[in-house]
Design a protein around this ligand. Sequence first.
Ligand SMILES: Cc1cc2nc3c(=O)[nH]c(=O)nc-3n(C[C@H](O)[C@H](O)[C@H](O)COP(=O)(O)OP(=O)(O)OC[C@H]3O[C@@H](n4cnc5c(N)ncnc54)[C@H](O)[C@@H]3O)c2cc1C
Length: 300
Amino acid sequence: MYDLIIIGAGPAGITASIYAARKKMNFLVISKDIGGQTNWTKNIENYTGYLFITGDDLVKKFSEHLKRFNIQIKEFESVTAVEKEEDFIKVITEKNEYKTKAVIIASGRTPRKLGVKGEEEFRNKGVAYCATCDAPMFAGKDVLVVGGGNAAIDAAIQLMKIANKVYIADIDSQLKADPIMVEKIKNNEKVRIYNNSSLKEIYGEKLVSGVKLDIKGKTSDLKVQGVFIEAGSVASSNFTKGVLKNEAGEIFVDCGCRTNIEGIFACGDVTNVPAKQIVTACGEGTKATLSAFNYITRKK
Ligand SMILES: Cc1cc2nc3c(=O)[nH]c(=O)nc-3n(C[C@H](O)[C@H](O)[C@H](O)COP(=O)(O)OP(=O)(O)OC[C@H]3O[C@@H](n4cnc5c(N)ncnc54)[C@H](O)[C@@H]3O)c2cc1C
């Protein structure tokens, strides 16, 4: 029986685990990876104390911090259910079942799928969700970025340095991204923006060779070898049962990261807390562990 299980090792879960280690709690971290969305981030300029740091370097710093406190992580393990029993909480993964007095859910977010024909079939065969991770594979190729927010324009900026041509398909009449981001792509001759456009189909043989785009109500073929889907993200909260969530699947928490179920806490991007940022996730991770620590101490 653990005192605490932390689900997720992004900024929120890592910070929660550092606080748990310093409180000498008997705890376990279970996560699919280390770093979470920070792994998909190219440049970070708003994490306090760093004028600039790459996502890769920040994940390295996170890992060093985990090592410093000798924190053990069950990495590459995915939680499939969290169930509250009378005296304990059961955390079930595809490999194991664990018992604990308290749980912190810090499972963050995953990219939103569009559900269009060919999206699943060509995943990793030309269809990508992370420009930071996958842009280098499209050197000299023609690519399509789907979306018009900051993530989409950030992807276009990364791709325009590498790819031959970068098309952007945005469902709205105007890009929603911050003007400072739009400025960076506006006059680049490699970039072409299709407003009022949506992706209908991705096709190819073994790899992507083109897409069908609805541009202002008219379907057109576009020959591309890569499709970057940047249509936002969804909260990774499917495995929770009985925990109250909003329509977007974000877990409701109070100012102490407590959910509606005693002993279950949540923090970071998986919650309804606004401002989904690294620094916010770290702060919420801190609060979650301190609340869990008080809860366990009270129980004892
Ligand atoms: C492209 C991009 C650029 C960004 N740029 C910035 C920026 O410049 N500055 C900034 O402050 N923020 C930025 N962000 C946002 C920032 O990355 C997030 O707000 C932050 O990572 C949230 O941390 P988190 O720990 O809550 O969640 P995440 O980072 O999403 O981590 C969630 C963790 O949970 C794990 N997990 C998920 N489901 C399960 C499961 N079922 N079982 C086990 N483990 C699970 C994941 O593997 C991961 O380790 C960016 C995000 C993106 C996508």
